[in-house]
Write a protein that binds this ligand. Structure first.
Ligand SMILES: [Zn+2]
Length: 241
């Protein structure tokens, strides 16, 4: 090898080793990425970013900017994973039925922030599937800490607690979720919630489908936090397998 190529070789070799170490198993997985809803969460940016990463893992990716895909039985019947990033918005009855049936029958579901935890506010069966619903981020942008739990779980194994400046989601929570990280509220904003510990990362089942969620992900910069990116990619990998 020419010595001038050595740095490139080392770079890609390191990337390769990192991918091996993370143990992603997404090759040929059929993944549907659906984005839309409130523009403040930059749904297209997230959809394209995660689709690119999935393609790098050799997954078969279909990207849609419309929930109409949920009512297409041909597409929904041939998936391993759905990644959704749609804040608020609404589903038609057919779309809701298509999504719920797919997950219940064994398709995985993954997402973050308002894209999965604050979608379709009038759809309680959807909330029952996800395992939690955003209700408020007291104080808007605040600095808060994420504490990992259950360090033996592969999704959070080896990750250190970290702090970030973003929206700290206060959520109504299903006790059937398996909590992988939490955050504690200081009470600086809304004194009566001081000390409340709210899940930030969880996994759960809905029928035969695996559901993964993290409440981080308000803005582009949050996806650059290494701990969060690890949790997100490991979580969707878990949900797809
Ligand atoms: Zn937000």
């Amino acid at each position: 090898m020419k010595s001038s190529l050595l740095p490139y070789f080392l770079f890609f070799f390191t990337l390769h080793c990192f991918a091996q170490k993370e143990g992603f198993d997404l090759e040929d997985k059929r993944v549907l990425v659906v984005y839309g809803g409130w523009e403040g969460h930059q749904p297209k940016y997230f959809g394209e970013k995660i689709a690119k990463w999935l393609k790098d893992q050799k997954a078969k990716v279909l990207v849609s900017d419309s929930t109409s895909v949920y009512s297409d039985p041909k597409i929904m019947g041939d998936l391993d994973l759905i990644i959704q990033h749609i804040t608020m918005s609404e589903l038609t009855q057919d779309q809701s039925k298509g999504l719920l049936q797919a997950i219940a029958s064994g398709v995985g579901l993954a997402g973050c922030h308002g894209g999965l935890g604050d979608s379709f506010r009038n759809n309680t069966e959807y909330q029952y599937m996800v395992g939690g619903q955003f209700v408020k981020h007291p104080g808007g942008q605040v600095t808060y800490t994420v504490n990992f739990k259950n360090n033996e779980d592969p999704i959070v194994k080896g990750l250190n607690d970290f702090s970030l400046h973003s929206e700290q989601y206060y959520m109504h929570i299903d006790p059937a979720i398996e909590v992988l990280a939490t955050t504690r509220f200081s009470g600086t904003n809304d004194y009566w919630i001081e000390g409340s510990e709210i899940p930030v990362v969880w996994k759960k089942m809905y029928g035969k489908g695996k559901v993964f969620y993290s409440s981080i992900g308000h803005s582009k910069d949050t996806f650059e936090i290494p701990e969060f990116w690890s949790v997100l990619t490991r979580g969707l990998n878990w949900a797809a397998n």
